[in-house]
Design a protein around this ligand. Structure first.
Ligand code: GTP
Ligand code: MG
Length: 302
């Protein structure tokens, strides 16, 4: 049987559902999802192998106005993800008009000569079919898309169509990754992101954007009862003392809540008992310090 591989970048403005989509496509929670814009900070590879075809999807941060050095790195991660891919999946919110961000992205994709599949996500939010068609028409006047698909990642509608359209751009050749691999992210990064995801979701209204999580140590041991345990030591970095206080919460309540939710996620993902230790530290203005951005694994140059 001949084998084929397709590389597809997932791009779009913040909060449109790119990370939700990569998780749905791959069938694993490899990218964190939140209702807050600018959740994803680096590019994340999700892999799906079905029969002879391997899909390599690259989730990217939502493009944004540059407010600090981290934002520049996030936008660069998008720019660096596009060249060399066989197709781009441009995700947009079907309830919103195309704007400056979409036009910029479309222009960048046009200049790279990459076929673009437009995914109009969140169809579950509109019941009127005419509105769906109107959105598709508005976008279609901007570019000659390879396909325009209305989808709802939330309802799992249209995911199969996304795969079918992406498969059209697959190229003959050996698979790039082993067939059972679903992400190229190291375990430490996956674990750190799961913790950051819980922080984002537990502190929805007050969460400061300047939060980073690093996993300092991951090691396995055996408990007194002979049970395998994964020990994870992680540090939550905040930009200010006041933020640290918020993350810890009254009597440590918030940190406890985040810790136990994150531990449950980690146990489900790694399929092993997890002993999670969390520390909270302050690194002032880290989002403007290149060395810290790099040490948190957020520099695209690494
Ligand atoms: N109603 C609805 N909500 C959705 C759908 N897909 C994703 N969402 C929600 O949209 C929000 C943003 O989802 P993400 O997947 O984090 O979006 P993103 O594009 O990766 O965002 P950034 O990483 O910040 O650029 C979350 O609250 C999701 O639950 C959908 O099909 N319908
Ligand atoms: Mg995302």
């Amino acid at each position: 049987m001949s084998s084929r591989t397709v590389f597809a970048a997932i791009a779009g403005r913040a909060n449109v559902g790119k990370s939700s989509l990569i998780n749905a496509l791959v069938g694993e929670r490899i990218a964190i999802v939140s209702g807050k814009p600018q959740t994803t900070r680096t590019k994340i590879t999700g892999i799906l192998t079905e029969g002879d075809i391997q899909y390599v999807f690259i989730d990217t941060p939502g493009i944004q106005k540059v407010r600090n050095k981290l934002a520049t790195h996030m936008n660069n991660a998008v720019r660096d993800s596009i060249p060399g891919t066989d197709a781009a999946l441009l995700v947009a919110d079907i309830t919103a008009e195309p704007g400056e961000f979409e036009e910029k992205l479309i222009n960048a994709l046009r200049s790279e000569g990459i076929p673009v599949i437009l995914l109009l996500n969140k169809t579950d939010l509109i019941t009127d079919d005419e509105k769906k068609t109107a959105a598709a028409e508005k976008y279609s006047s901007l570019y000659d898309f390879a396909a325009v698909l209305p989808i709802s990642v939330l309802k799992r509608e249209g995911i199969g169509d996304v795969l079918a359209e992406t498969a059209r751009f697959a190229k003959e050749g050996p698979h790039y990754y082993p067939d059972d691999k679903f992400t190229d992210q190291p375990e430490e990064i996956l674990a750190a992101e799961m913790i950051r995801g819980r922080l984002f979701n537990a502190m929805y209204d007050e969460i400061p954007h300047g939060i980073a999580v690093t996993v300092e140590k991951m090691s396995e041991s055996v408990s007194g009862k002979g049970e395998d345990i994964l020990n994870i030591d992680a540090v939550i970095y905040c930009e200010r003392e006041s933020h640290k206080g918020m993350v810890i919460g009254k009597g440590g309540a918030m940190l406890k809540k985040i810790g136990s939710a994150a531990r449950a996620d980690l146990e489900e993902f790694f399929e092993i008992r997890v002993n999670l230790k969390l520390w909270v530290k302050v690194k002032e203005d880290w989002r403007n310090k290149e060395s810290l951005i790099r040490s948190f694994g957020l520099s695209e140059k690494d």
